[in-house]
Ligand binder design. Sequence first.
Ligand code: FE2
Ligand code: FE2
Length: 229
Amino acid sequence: MRGVLKMPVQIGAKAHPFSDPTGLLSDCHRRIEMFLGALEGVASVIDRPLTEETRAALESALRYFREAAPKHTADEEESLFPRMRQKRDPNVEAAIKRLESLEHDHLLAASLHAEMEELGQRYLEVGSLESISVDAFRKAIVSLVSIYKQHIRIEDDLVFPLAKQLLSAADKAAIADEMAARRKLASLSLWTVIRQKVSACPCSDDLQDSRLPTPRLREPVAPVQGHRS
Ligand SMILES: [Fe+2]
Ligand SMILES: [Fe+2]
């Protein structure tokens, strides 16, 4: 995949309401897919001298995965998954097995992101990379895309619909409040007001994100057969 790095604008992105925290987490997945697309675009030209366009795409994607994406992981691992585990529901047992593998994916993805951060920062600093680092960057993004594709599909099509059914309104409100707190927003009610100003998703923790170069959209992830509830 070689050629000009494309960064089209995301059109028509619509955020879920705060009464639907798993919907918000799915919104974050769309954001993750976009920034993975940006990193794939960078990987296709990373054997060439750095251009301003590539710099902008790489800086915004690295920043997203360094600062905002970990909050998404915490939303799931600290707020959502523990509440699901507390429910005495037979379907949860099967989902919990999936959750354990998802938490392993989070660790694996974190180490691949750390590798890409190091290589990407060097590329930004020096303006070029030696071939061994080019190969490492490309391998890391291929692995990340593969991990996220499967991971996001399980969460969007199995875990989140189940959570939506199982969790009480109080659970959902508590999750939304914890998500707000991670972004240093005072409360759900205040966050609801602030949301008017945030065009994308709450896993972006600054209000200027819409000004960043928007990488190309990836193809939507195909749903898992039989898992939609
Ligand atoms: Fe996850
Ligand atoms: Fe997720």
